[in-house]
Design a binder for this molecule. Structure first.
Ligand SMILES: [Ca+2]
Ligand SMILES: [Ca+2]
Length: 274
């Protein structure tokens, strides 16, 4: 029995002239007679068009140890072409906010997200806002394995690791520990004092301080105290230190210079019986 992946969304008549598997076989890169470079996820058969090069691309080879591949061929203007392509991926994250109701405005919050490489150095910084169900997406991240440091201004930071060696990856960050009124990444007496000074007030009243409203209901009360007390004495994950992530950022710039559009949403590939 055989199976094949049809590049159904390709807007031009095209056929694959070469394919190459990455190390481990989780991804396939394919190039076509009319240009276009595709990444196919082996397990799901989802694919992304990762380049809109036009011409006749005749070869593709994954680098044996690094997450990149090289494309060779002739472009539509007749130039010989050798390009290195780093696949980009999207990360969709979800958070849970205690004592808030999904589907309400209190669930749409600004987050600080920082990617760290395997050595703990900062790669990139992001400021996504979640939707009302706690979801956010970071687009066009260079693939690889990262620590993802995530903090809400009133929560302790967490830093799970994620493997982005796929066009679209999801990560559940779990429930945030709320109670950090001064955004210090520690929940201690300082936060308790801020909450105490505003206790019993609502938005618009004297003494109200939104920094102590951990539940997002525009008032400071017992439910906010409960969240603070639950995590009192805890410290969040330290943020990635230093580094500008130069190698990764160069990849992004190269990508942009080449005029490659961001990857479209993965589309289920047809797989007729073969
Ligand atoms: Ca604090
Ligand atoms: Ca509150």
């Amino acid at each position: 029995m055989s199976q094949y992946y049809e590049l159904a969304s390709n807007p031009v008549e095209n056929y694959a002239t070469d394919v190459s598997w990455n190390t481990g076989g989780s991804l396939i890169a394919a190039v076509g007679s009319a240009g276009g470079v595709y990444i196919i996820e082996t397990s799901t058969q989802l694919f992304d068009q990762v380049s809109t090069l036009t011409g006749s691309l005749s070869s593709v080879d994954w680098h044996p140890t690094e997450n990149r591949f090289t494309v060779g061929g002739v472009t539509s203007d007749g130039s010989a072409l050798i390009e290195t392509v780093i696949p980009l991926g999207n990360l969709t994250g979800t958070i849970t906010l205690p004592s808030r109701t999904p589907g309400t405005a209190a669930y749409a919050v600004l987050l600080s997200v920082k990617l760290a490489d395997s050595g703990g150095a900062l790669v990139s910084e992001h400021s996504p806002t979640t939707d009302v169900n706690g979801y956010f997406t970071l687009q066009d991240l260079p693939q690889g394995t990262y620590g993802v440091w995530l903090k809400h201004a009133q929560s302790l930071a967490i830093m799970p690791s994620v493997n982005l060696d796929a066009p679209a990856v999801s990560l559940d960050f779990g429930t945030l520990a709320m109670g950090d009124a001064n955004d210090s990444n520690q929940i201690n007496m300082v936060d308790f004092s801020i909450l105490g000074a505003a206790f019993g007030t609502s938005s618009g009243q004297p003494g109200y301080n939104a920094d102590a409203d951990f539940t997002g209901d525009s008032s400071v009360g017992i439910s906010d105290f409960s969240l603070l007390a639950y995590s009192f004495g805890l410290v969040g994950a330290p943020p990635p230190a230093g580094g500008t992530g130069a190698p990764e950022m160069r990849v992004m710039e190269t990508w942009n210079r080449r005029g490659c559009a961001s990857s479209p949403a993965p589309t289920a590939a047809a797989s007729p019986p073969g």
